[in-house]
Design a protein around this ligand. Structure first.
Ligand code: NAG
Ligand code: NAG
Ligand code: NAG
Ligand code: NAG
Length: 164
């Protein structure tokens, strides 16, 4: 009996080793993009009132971001299933408060297709012209986020811009 159990454990362990190196596993979030997200997170304070336009004052999604967990599974973050690049960042109603500058690490996420910053408080920041680095962006939602200007120059992209 005891012998069987040990054998079973050994088999399970070998299977685990094997399956963790399977070539078809989803790619992990690129470390450069993970670090960019963490820097972005740390450039803001969390403030409940920053999401006062949201139901229940939103929810601080970035609180759960943990460097020891693959960032593709962080709340609000979606990666491309083939390349692992971050393609979708949905931080709507996340209680972020602070300025968004043109040197923000956000602009290192070059593969974004969908960016939603709805319902935060960027305290009257001008919308940085750097948004044009997102060559693959198709959806941009900056509604209710206290931006000041909203002139975006881009000839290649179709933006769905909303602001009030
Ligand atoms: C991050 O995840 C690790 C491993 O799951 C856990 O031990 C640690 O407490 C987490 N840290 C935070 C700040 O949640
Ligand atoms: C933002 O754009 C400015 C002016 O084009 C440039 O100097 C700066 O390096 C850009 N910042 C980032 C993070 O890409
Ligand atoms: C980014 O730019 C702002 C405004 O120009 C500046 O106050 C801040 O120190 C800069 N941050 C970094 C990390 O360079
Ligand atoms: C912006 O995002 C919010 C929250 O996800 C959503 O309710 C709203 O409909 C979006 N606006 C547009 C124009 O897509």
């Amino acid at each position: 009996m005891g012998c069987h159990r040990i054998l079973l454990r050994l088999l399970c362990f070998l299977f685990f080793l094997h399956s963790s190196s399977l070539p078809f596993a989803s790619p992990l979030c690129p470390p450069v993009q993970r670090d960019a997200l963490l820097l972005f997170k740390n450039s803001f304070l969390l403030n409940r009132m920053a999401s006062d336009s949201c139901d229940w004052y939103g929810h601080p999604k970035t609180n759960s971001w943990n460097k020891s967990v693959d960032c593709c599974s962080w709340e609000g973050v979606t990666c491309d299933s083939v390349t692992g690049n971050i393609v979708d960042l949905d931080l709507a109603c996340s209680r972020l408060r602070g300025a968004l500058h043109s040197n923000s690490s956000l602009f290192l996420l070059r593969h974004l297709q969908n960016l939603n910053l709805f319902g935060n408080n960027f305290i009257g920041s001008r919308i940085p012209p750097n948004l044009s680095v997102f060559a693959e962006l198709t959806h941009l939602n900056l509604s209710g986020s206290s931006f000041a200007g909203w002139k975006i120059q881009s000839s290649q992209c179709l933006f769905r811009i909303s602001q009030h």
